[in-house]
Design a protein around this ligand. Structure first.
Ligand code: NG1
Length: 386
């Protein structure tokens, strides 16, 4: 990690002159189970990964934020008196900055100008939440240069949910920002997305590990489909007369099947069964019953595939290829879906078999090259004043 900050400091000096006063690290995440449940007030079971977005920054007193991203090789500037987001994909990275500063101001946090250099090791655009890592890093950076180094992280997670919404137009949930801010090293996080109570669950993975694999397909449909699914969930909750799908049981849903369109019924069935699976998964995980955890992961994928229609041919092929490896206990798409990553639970001794067999079979079937990311459970975001 020091190497990354050394590189970032050199870039900072080249772009802005002198040395930064603050370093921030904010991790990506992988969701182990509990997909499309967060915005239905349900449960999620993610962990932060050891890939992160890093910043080096220093305060400015002229009301301007200058920012350089090493990954994109771009430099931009945002005046604090003009924080409206702008249309266009090329504006997205600056819109995150505009939206973060805007939400911080709205919530009465101190915001000052800054010079910021950014470098991320979270794969961009694919199911491990590079965007939340970036937004969390920007938010903690802006606060730190303005002198606020220990903000209330639960409050910030809510603020960052609004930030992502404003920057991307996605009516997203709170899981990613929460995990990036509050995960503990070597633990996963069981989060109740209604009241934001949570439990750090030790990753005592004796003899097992999680492998994250990117399918090589960016999530092009994710934005429109995601908002469409949210609307379908709202429609199902209204038909059931509940505040959120979290409040409905499977029996209630079955009884109301005729009162909603078939697709809305299937979306709700995914959410209601996925919330139950997630609670069950956290229980069996804590008992060390990895076989049951793997089975629940497989069920989660099938539900996402058939009921939620959040998978795609490539993710299905990758999951199938993983499940064919002896030693794999379960495999599923992770994150929003429609491209991006899978997560697989495997006996550590079978790691090599996975790496040999899965990319070869997957490439034969799809013509795509998957990217394997092995990761441990990382600590949530950190801030250092230098
Ligand atoms: P990713 O995979 O980061 O796009 C999205 C949402 C989550 C959650 C999952 C589906 C954002 C930033 N992320 O994750 O809140 O709803 O989809 O479980 O909105």
């Amino acid at each position: 990690m020091n190497e990354i900050f050394d590189k970032l400091d050199a870039e900072f000096a080249a772009r802005f002159g002198g040395r930064p006063a603050v370093h921030v690290r904010a991790p990506g995440r992988v969701n182990l189970i509990g997909e499309h449940t967060d915005y239905n007030d349900g449960f999620v079971f993610p962990m932060a990964i050891d890939r992160a977005c890093h910043t080096a920054a220093r305060r400015r007193d002229d009301g301007r934020v200058r920012i350089h991203t090493m990954n994109l090789g771009l430099t931009g500037e945002v005046p604090l008196d003009d924080l409206d987001v702008r249309p266009g994909r090329e504006e997205l990275w600056l819109n995150f900055l505009r939206a973060t500063a805007h939400e911080l101001r709205e919530a009465k946090w101190p915001v000052s100008g800054a010079d910021i250099a950014v470098f991320t090791t979270v794969p961009i655009g694919g199911g491990v939440s590079s965007s939340s890592a970036y937004a969390v890093a920007l938010c903690l950076t802006l606060l730190a240069v303005a002198g606020e180094t220990e903000p209330d992280r639960i409050e910030l997670a809510r603020l960052l949910q609004r930030t992502e919404n404003r920057a991307t137009g996605l009516r997203g949930g709170i899981m990613d920002q929460f995990t990036a801010l509050l995960n503990r090293a070597d633990h996963a996080l069981l989060l109740d997305c209604r009241d934001l109570t949570f439990q750090h669950v030790p990753m005592a993975l004796d003899g097992y590990r999680f492998i994250v694999t990117h399918c090589g397909l960016p999530r092009t449909l994710a934005r429109s489909k995601y908002n469409e699914r949210r609307a379908e969930c709202d429609e199902a909750a209204a038909a059931l007369g509940v505040r959120a799908l979290r409040d409905a049981s499977h029996d209630q849903l079955r009884a109301a099947e005729k009162q909603m369109p078939a697709n809305v019924f299937r979306r709700a069935r995914h959410v209601i069964t996925e919330i139950a699976r997630t609670r069950e998964a956290a229980r069996v995980f804590q008992r060390g019953d990895m076989a049951s955890f793997g089975r629940l992961m497989n069920e989660s994928h099938e539900s996402l595939r058939h009921d939620y229609e959040a998978s795609c041919r490539e993710l299905d092929a990758l999951v199938e290829a993983a499940r064919a490896v002896p030693g794999v206990l379960g495999s599923r798409l992770t994150g929003a879906g429609w491209g991006g990553c899978t997560v697989t639970l495997i006996r550590s001794s079978a790691d090599g078999d996975y790496e040999r067999a899965v990319p070869a079979r997957y490439a034969r079937e799809t013509g795509l090259r998957p990217v394997i990311i092995t990761t441990g459970a990382a600590r949530g975001a950190e801030v250092w004043t230098l």
